[in-house]
Design a protein around this ligand. Sequence first.
Ligand SMILES: NC(=O)c1ccc[n+]([C@@H]2O[C@H](COP(=O)([O-])OP(=O)(O)OC[C@H]3O[C@@H](n4cnc5c(N)ncnc54)[C@H](OP(=O)(O)O)[C@@H]3O)[C@@H](O)[C@H]2O)c1
Length: 289
Amino acid sequence: MKILLFGGSGQLGFELKKRASDLDFELVSPVTKELDITDRDQVIKLITTLKPTTVINSAAYTAVDRAEEEQERAFAINADGVRNIAEGCKKSDARLIHISTDYVFDGLSGQALAEGDPTRPLSVYGRSKLAGEDYVREVCGDRGLVVRTQALYGQKGVNFVHTMLKLFGERDVLKIVNDQYVSPTWAGWLAEVLLDLVRLPVSGTLHASCDGVVSWFDFAVEIQRLSAESFEGRPMAVLEPTTAADLNRPAKRPTFSAFDTSRLTAVLGRAPMGWRTALETFLSEIGVR
Ligand SMILES: NC(=O)c1ccc[n+]([C@@H]2O[C@H](COP(=O)([O-])OP(=O)(O)OC[C@H]3O[C@@H](n4cnc5c(N)ncnc54)[C@H](OP(=O)(O)O)[C@@H]3O)[C@@H](O)[C@H]2O)c1
């Protein structure tokens, strides 16, 4: 099966590329310099020439706070770029698996979020990603699948786990938000799920995160506990809980993002990996445990 991957140089793209050949997929992934998804003609030409069975779109404008000032750029990539890919897929009858985010929700219900729950993005990034989702549904119909995920971390790129491991050794005190809750999701686990989905006839929207929910503060506490040995007695930052209001970042985030993953469990025939097990696996993989 031939997969065309957009966003192969990113955090999730890296994990997808690492696993695809072991699972007997032929995976082609142009770098951004060769192919910018905002270039409609190039995108359509590539898809119709290459004729992949499935396109995975992991390319996105992901600078959540900067997007508040770069609305046009965020929409050009996360909405118009996705429309270009969707149109290319439609022309060549390829299936499209598109990655989206929990930031399409406000997370105010305090309940695990199901695929059909009402969306209400609180940020430019969230609105741009929702617009991209809408194009997938509109253009691809049942040849499209929107996979929403959240709080990703993997080997490559800047993410919460890497940032914590770095700051534990550099700071005396670290203030971490304790009133926003997520299901931290290992990009390695998600990559395996996405490659399983390539072989399964599923369309619409699917929530895919590791299992369980935790505040960012408690997530940091667990990262510190699991990585303490690797600091070999060197001092580690003291963690202090704070609030999102105190931190006052430019983009508002959802308060409670945990997903209801029962559709994913039914589709795959297995439950998602628990967030703690996933974190342990990841830390072992990068040699921190
Ligand atoms: N990170 C998270 O916590 C998180 C949470 C929920 C959902 N998601 C979603 O998951 C997906 C993957 O995220 P990630 O963490 O892997 O993101 P990432 O590390 O920021 O990677 C984004 C990728 O998109 C590419 N890209 C950006 N603009 C492009 C353009 N105009 N044309 C072509 N490629 C372009 C980047 O290429 P360059 O390297 O060349 O710029 C990079 O390969 C995204 O859809 C994101 O919205 C992420």
